[in-house]
Design a protein around this ligand. Structure first.
Ligand code: ADP
Ligand code: MG
Length: 304
């Protein structure tokens, strides 16, 4: 059984009239890279602010490590909510020394060296912070969140504003941190980022949960068989009444058949053949996370 790192129950946040977060539930298990995905303004930062003790919830509860809200658990959590205020004229090393002082950590020389190496800034360790690129600044911020060797790392939009190279460096770094045994929670509006790095995802919009799932299951649950034929209308009628097909949609002259677990391209081919229809195209199709995300966020989450 994997440990529960963070559990959120019925979390609601109101800013005056606006309900920024509405009855949010989620559970983060140890060893996962958990993505909180949603368009801008969906309540991601609000959620992280609450669980990190920066904001008060209007109602609902959360618990870290099955152990209550925060006090006891603070040291086990490393967080990066926005690019922290490092001192521009001090070096990477000096800045981390100051972070460690603030965190009350002692004998940190080795830990600082390890963290700077991990985020690939060792060759720039003595450079002033202000000379760093945005990607380097963000990596130093991750090093800072790692000081004190937390069990869980919380990152809010860690790749915002970075170029593709910088995004890739952060993504590799997140994977490496997860491989070293830490749990990672990432809020992002960038689908790509979540799809490529996360193991689990919750999709929210306007504070309302649209879906919570393992990434693999999202990808699996949406297998369709796509067919093409000259006898389109007849095929459509046959598909609509076939057992094992849950939904039929048309796109660009093809039929997309959502199938259950007992149905596959072969059984569909046989069925059409029996009914005298020749298929000119037959294949499997997986909706990307992006298509699903767009479908979900277009349908759901509108505020009353
Ligand atoms: P996200 O991080 O997903 O972009 P936020 O959590 O920052 O979303 O914001 C959620 C909603 O709450 C937005 O509509 C935002 O405008 C609103 N909001 C955030 N902070 C405040 C605040 N301090 N006062 C009033 N409204 C706020
Ligand atoms: Mg935000």
């Amino acid at each position: 059984m994997s440990e529960t790192i963070l559990e959120i129950r019925g979390l609601t946040k109101k800013y005056g009239e606006l309900t920024a977060l509405n009855q949010l539930n989620l559970e983060v298990k140890s060893g996962t890279i958990y993505g909180i995905l949603g368009p801008n303004g969906s309540g991601k930062t609000t959620t992280l602010g609450i669980v990190l003790g920066i904001l008060n919830a209007s109602s609902g509860s959360f618990s870290w490590f099955g152990n209550g809200e925060l006090d006891e658990n603070r040291k086990r959590i490393g967080a990066l909510l926005e690019t922290p205020n490092f001192f521009p004229y001090l070096s990477a090393v000096r800045n981390l020394e100051i972070v460690c002082k603030i965190k009350g950590l002692e004998n940190t020389e080795v830990a600082i060296e390890e963290a700077i190496k991990k985020v690939r800034l060792w060759n720039r360790k003595d450079s002033k912070f202000k000379t760093f690129s945005l990607g380097m600044k963000q990596r130093l911020a991750i090093a800072s969140a790692l000081m004190g060797d937390p069990d869980v790392l919380v990152l809010d939009e860690p790749t915002n504003g970075l170029d593709p190279q910088g995004i890739r460096e952060i993504r590799d770094l997140i994977r490496e941190i997860a491989n070293s045994g830490k749990t990672v929670i990432i809020a992002s509006h960038q689908l790509d980022e979540i799809e490529k790095v996360c193991t689990d995802v919750i999709i929210i919009k306007n504070g309302v949960t649209l879906k919570e799932s393992k990434i693999d299951e999202i990808m699996e649950g949406n297998l369709e068989v796509v067919i093409g034929t000259e006898e389109f209308d007849k095929a459509k009628t046959i598909a609509s009444s076939m057992n094992g097909i849950n939904n039929v949609r048309e796109k660009e002259g093809k039929l997309y058949l959502e199938i259950d677990e007992n149905t596959n391209a072969k059984t569909i081919n046989e069925h059409f053949h029996k009914n005298g229809i020749v298929l000119s195209h037959l294949g499997n199709y997986k909706k990307s996370l992006e298509e699903q995300f767009l479908e979900l966020t277009e349908e759901g989450g509108e505020q009353a």
